[in-house]
Write a protein that binds this ligand. Structure first.
Ligand SMILES: NC(=O)c1ccc[n+]([C@@H]2O[C@H](COP(=O)([O-])OP(=O)(O)OC[C@H]3O[C@@H](n4cnc5c(N)ncnc54)[C@H](OP(=O)(O)O)[C@@H]3O)[C@@H](O)[C@H]2O)c1
Length: 253
């Protein structure tokens, strides 16, 4: 048995996932992250988590390729057995993803399929394959988007998949109840990361618009989100289940 609880954060190498990994570690939880191609960024997160006194391991995963998932969990369970004396972990955070800004009139089938694969199919089957490796009483946190509640042109394909993730969250909460696994959605607003080409960091017009539509008056930052996800991994959040928690600074209230 591992002495610490263990969280698996997909897309933990950069942006929101990196901040989640760090804040989860601050709660005394060990971390496993996945990354797609940025090995250096993943190594930096390992070093940062280890400096906080928790263990961290990174695995490469293309979450749009479900055929990799069995092999991925083989590797995770071998790591857990050898390093932790268990093949189980406690918290799954489905975070990895990429952006698409395209009008409905311009969106191709390939683009829609890509959004479906990375934002919904992958979350569905990664979760399905993760469940046998999760301890009873664990938690699943699915990352959605404020764009499910409010609508902006060019976000349709992306936002529809996040909408599906929110419905999936409620079904998971029902079906995993016998194992006392709580499942919630965290829906961030616009956050200044590399997402969608990094325009939330660089597009001054968009930054002004977002700041003006947000009660707290600014663009979101990665460290606005990780602490909320970490909280959902604590005992204090044990009665939160099947919920959508929007973390936008009060956008378009
Ligand atoms: N930023 C926002 O404004 C915002 C708002 C609401 C919701 N979200 C959601 O938050 C999540 C994280 O976004 P972010 O802003 O942190 O993005 P980000 O900074 O671009 O980071 C994306 C992360 O996902 C990984 N990734 C990319 N493609 C992948 C693939 N095919 N398979 C597996 N992993 C992959 C990346 O790994 P590498 O480092 O190896 O590339 C990286 O760790 C996404 O689900 C996004 O939809 C973001």
């Amino acid at each position: 048995m591992s002495k610490n609880k263990i969280a698996l954060v997909t897309g933990g190498s950069r942006g929101l996932g990196k901040d989640m990994a760090i804040n989860i570690a601050k709660k005394g939880i060990d971390v496993i992250i996945t990354y797609h191609s940025n090995t250096k960024a993943a190594e930096a997160v390992i070093a940062e988590v280890e400096s906080l006194g928790q263990s961290c391991e990174a695995f490469q995963l293309d979450s749009s390729n479900t055929s990799q998932f069995d092999e991925f969990f083989n590797k995770v369970s071998s790591y857990l057995k050898s390093e932790k004396g268990t093949d189980r972990f406690d918290f799954l955070i489905n975070n990895a993803g990429t952006g698409l800004y395209e009008l409905i009139s311009e969106t191709s089938e390939d683009q829609l399929d890509a959004m479906y694969n990375i934002h919904f199919k992958s979350v569905y089957f990664l979760t399905q394959k993760a469940i046998p490796f999760m301890n009873n009483g664990g938690r699943i946190i699915n990352i959605s988007s404020g764009l499910v509640r409010y609508s902006f042109p060019t976000a349709s394909a992306y936002a529809c998949m996040k909408g599906a993730v929110e419905v999936f969250t409620r079904y998971l909460a029902k079906e995993l109840a016998p194992r006392k696994i709580a499942v919630n959605t965290v829906a961030p607003g616009a956050i200044a990361t590399d997402f969608g080409g990094g325009e939330n960091k660089t597009n001054t017009k968009k930054i002004e618009f977002i700041s003006g539509s947000t009660a707290l008056g600014r663009m979101g930052q990665p460290d606005d989100i990780g602490g909320v996800v970490a909280f959902l991994c604590t005992e204090d959040a044990k009665w939160v289940n099947g919920q959508r928690i929007e973390v936008t600074g009060g956008m378009l209230l």
